[in-house]
Design a protein around this ligand. Structure first.
Ligand SMILES: NC(=O)c1ccc[n+]([C@@H]2O[C@H](COP(=O)([O-])OP(=O)(O)OC[C@H]3O[C@@H](n4cnc5c(N)ncnc54)[C@H](OP(=O)(O)O)[C@@H]3O)[C@@H](O)[C@H]2O)c1
Length: 266
């Protein structure tokens, strides 16, 4: 096997993961393919990864990342089907929203090893949340090899496939919700007299630090209580958030995203 990882589709998500995988295992071990040659060049010039035609990539890669849109998946699988027959050891890695592992093998028409992942864009800065579900045939050694590929992409968590949509509503859609929160904090900072750059930097660093505290402590309610002194400024701000239904707004955002995911699958 010549390449440890091959990426078909190097757009927003595929390209982000391709960069992370190149930085983890070296570009010489990675093959790339995209209808848009500029996307491939941007990664291969940075990491020394190899541009290949889709069939050659499918025939010569161990982990084949399918970074195409869900509606393009059937066409893409059709394009690599013959080449896969000449590859005696491969694992397909699908990141397509809403497509199950079974739908991939059903489309191919035969059983093969599949890993379904649901990444998010913060993988671009090494802080992604990557949910994954393995098909039965994927060995423990292959799981370890796969996790090593994503070592620089962020946190990887195995989850049963029927929970991927729910998890994705939190971690996949969540960055947009967090960006709105950051923007709103910065807007208020500007209203209070900070420059836009100052306000954005302070809001971002605060969210980063608070996120690390939650990740390590595991109890956001206790962390909140710890920074609310009696009669103080923070509890006054918390009261204002509660007055505006902030908690319900955040919950509604996640459940609306989840409901929309289910609608799109019908
Ligand atoms: N973006 C996210 O935040 C996110 C998060 C989680 C999961 N995902 C999943 O990731 C997948 C990719 O999404 P994306 O946002 O990265 O899409 P994208 O930016 O449009 O990238 C897809 C790339 O694949 C190329 N492509 C399509 N068919 C191809 C083929 N047969 N051979 C080679 N290249 C091909 C496309 O080229 P053309 O543009 O020329 O067609 C495009 O450059 C989707 O299945 C999506 O559900 C995305």
């Amino acid at each position: 096997m010549k390449y440890i990882a091959g990426f078909i589709g190097c757009g927003n998500m595929g390209g982000t993961l391709a960069n992370a995988v190149c930085s983890a295992i070296g570009g010489a071990n990675v093959a790339l393919c995209d209808l848009d040659g500029a996307k491939v060049r941007a990664i291969s010039e940075k990491h020394g990864a190899t541009a290949l035609e889709i069939g050659a990539l499918a025939a010569a890669s161990k982990f084949i990342f399918l970074g195409v849109k869900p509606q393009g998946m059937a066409t893409t699988l059709g394009l690599i089907k013959d080449a896969l027959a000449s590859n005696d050891d491969y694992v397909l890695v699908t990141m397509a929203a809403g497509l199950t592992k079974k739908s991939i093998t059903d489309t191919l028409g035969y059983e093969c090893k599949v890993i379904r992942i649901m990444p998010n864009t913060p993988a671009a800065v090494g802080e992604g949340m990557i949910l994954c579900s393995y098909s039965d045939g994927v060995s423990e050694a292959e799981k370890a090899q796969f996790l090593a590929l994503l070592a620089n992409a962020g946190l990887v968590d195995e989850i049963s496939e029927d929970k991927i949509d729910a998890a994705s509503a939190v971690s996949g859609c969540g960055p947009a919700f967090a960006y709105i929160f950051a923007e709103a904090l910065a807007d208020a900072g500007v209203e209070c007299g900070l420059t836009r750059d100052q306000a954005t930097k302070y809001a971002a660093q605060m969210i980063l630090g608070a996120a690390k505290m939650v990740r390590e402590n595991g109890n956001p309610a206790a962390l909140k209580d710890a920074v609310c002194s009696p009669g103080g400024t923070t509890i006054a701000g918390v009261h204002a958030l509660e007055d505006c239904g902030f908690r319900a707004a955040a919950m509604n955002a996640v459940t609306a995203a989840y409901k929309r995911t289910l609608e799109l699958k019908k």
